[in-house]
Design a protein around this ligand. Structure first.
Ligand SMILES: [Zn+2]
Length: 84
């Protein structure tokens, strides 16, 4: 009888472990996919911040695409260019 209880308990433990391994594998896969989707990072030349390309603001300057994190940085960029 005791043997049976141990057997059932170890079987349940086995199921729980399998579930946990499967879950962590799935979430790591999801994280990897997320990195691939919005993963490419671009650098804001004004504040030196890296922003995901999907969230950055694109500006075409003399045929060159420059990415900014916010409108304030765009303003600062053009103000700086005008000063030169
Ligand atoms: Zn910025």
């Amino acid at each position: 009888m005791r043997f049976l209880v141990i057997l059932i308990l170890s079987f349940i433990l086995y199921l729980v472990v399998r579930l946990l391994i499967g879950f962590s594998y799935l979430s790591s896969q999801r994280r990897k996919r997320q990195e691939q989707l919005g993963g490419e990072m671009v650098k804001d030349p004004i504040c030196d911040t890296y922003v995901p390309k999907s969230r950055a603001i694109e500006k075409n300057v003399n045929g060159q695409t420059i990415y900014f994190c916010s409108q304030e940085c765009i303003d600062a960029f053009f103000k700086k260019r005008r000063a030169i």
